[in-house]
Design a protein around this ligand. Structure first.
Ligand code: KDG
Ligand code: MG
Length: 402
């Protein structure tokens, strides 16, 4: 089999997505996701100008060699744009492989290790009662694990809280919005949120929380310690992770489990975190981490250190990535949990898919390949629109991590 053509479908059904379609001489095609929230067209141009011309004529089964060709062959390694582009190609090739062999991708990754993929979803509200109402709503939908975020008194537009009754979507059309942040107010508030949540839901529900990179290591250590009585499943991104060593300090002070890595794009971003067991869950996901080929190596390395996966699964990862993550999560041994922030009905219409949700778990389905399609006629009705993630400033105007 040979790759004969590849093209991009950039669309914006409620939000932007970059999808790569690779065609072969046997009529089988594959889909890959290259969406990088707020920087979509950079990945599209990288694929169009620098990657697609190199794919023509290659054997689509050669996932390892093509991955190495695009990674080592670029000379300029890593970075979110490069790795998202490589991931788009890699996903599409695994999709082709599965379709050609008439089997779901999970069978190519070792077969099923479990019945279903445990997922967590998002609860949020402007204050504690609203956040708890949202938790109860998701419990009624059967979720066994829920991330809880709440507005913080005195902090306008806290992370993870939607505006105007809409469901939460981090990127907004137009130029980047600005939000205000106070670490002091947040640190005083967050333990109260989880004290109330535990009281409300009892011990069984898994509670998660995203700090979204906003604390220094010692502040994160304090938060982890103060959250200990509420037995969180994890505290996510407690501090920025460019300096992996920063997590040592947090780890030395708290037994609250730690997840990080949604902004990582290479195994090397997580290498020290994993080998020193400074984290419990690695969140680097298939689209931003270089595809299934790269994540399989990272997950196998993590397994040696009892670090489990907890892949990013916000709405800026397209249904193609969600499908890939579910095939991956059902197959590997050290799967932990998968984030599930459901797409809007319009996104599901544009990307019909075989995966399903039921009672706290998701299932990749048994369609050959990844089991996702794109309705190109519908996609064409929703052209790309520039959108950005917000930025955050401290109360005195200093720019800080969003
Ligand atoms: O594109 C950025 C979002 O995906 C991110 O802010 C969401 O932190 C996030 C999460 O854990 O889902
Ligand atoms: Mg996060």
């Amino acid at each position: 089999m040979k790759i004969t053509a590849a093209r991009l479908i950039v669309c914006s059904p409620d939000r932007n997505f970059v999808t790569l379609r690779i065609e072969t001489d046997e009529g089988i095609y594959g889909l890959g996701d290259g969406t990088l929230n707020g920087r979509e067209l950079a990945v599209a141009a990288y694929l169009e100008e620098h990657v697609i011309p190199c794919l023509i004529g290659r054997d689509p089964f050669a996932t390892e060699d093509i991955w190495q060709y695009l990674y080592r062959g670029a000379y300029w390694r890593r970075g979110p744009v490069t790795m998202s582009a490589i991931a788009a190609v890699d996903m599409a090739l695994w999709d082709i492989k599965g379709k050609a062999l008439n089997t779901p991708v999970y069978n190519l990754l070792g077969g099923k290790s479990r019945q279903g993929v445990l997922v967590y979803t998002h609860a949020n509200g402007a204050d504690i009662p609203a956040a708890l109402d949202s938790v109860k709503k998701h419990m009624d939908e059967g979720y066994l694990a829920i991330r809880v975020q709440s507005g913080v008194p005195g902090v306008s537009s806290a992370y993870g809280v939607p505006k105007g009754g809409k469901s939460y979507e981090p990127a907004e059309r137009g130029l980047p919005g600005e939000s205000l942040w106070s670490t002091e107010k947040y640190l005083n508030f967050a333990p109260k949120l989880f004290e109330a949540a535990r009281k409300e839901v009892g011990e069984d529900l898994h509670l998660l929380h995203d700090v979204h990179h906003r604390l220094t290591p010692i502040e994160a250590a304090r938060l982890g310690k103060e959250l200990e009585p509420y037995h969180l499943f994890w505290m996510e991104d407690p501090t920025p992770a460019e300096n992996q060593e920063a997590f040592r300090l947090i780890r030395e002070h708290t037994v609250t489990p730690i997840a990080t890595g949604e902004v990582f794009n290479s195994f090397w971003d997580a290498h020290d975190l994993i080998r020193n067991q400074w984290i419990d869950y690695i969140r680097m996901t298939i689209v931003h981490g270089g595809g299934i080929t790269a994540l399989k190596k990272a997950a196998d390395f993590a397994a040696v250190y009892q670090v489990r996966t907890g892949f990013h699964g916000a709405t800026d990862l397209s249904p193609v990535t969600m499908a890939a993550a579910l095939h991956f999560g059902i197959a590997i041994h050290n799967f932990g949990i998968q984030e599930h922030m459901p797409h809007t009905p319009l996104v599901d219409e544009v990307f019909p898919h075989a995966y399903t949700y039921d009672s706290g778990y998701m299932y990749p389905g048994d369609a050959p390949g990844l089991g996702v399609e794109i309705d190109e006629a519908k996609a064409a009705k929703y052209p790309y629109q520039r959108a950005y993630l917000p930025v955050a400033r401290k109360m005195d105007g200093t720019l800080t991590d969003w």
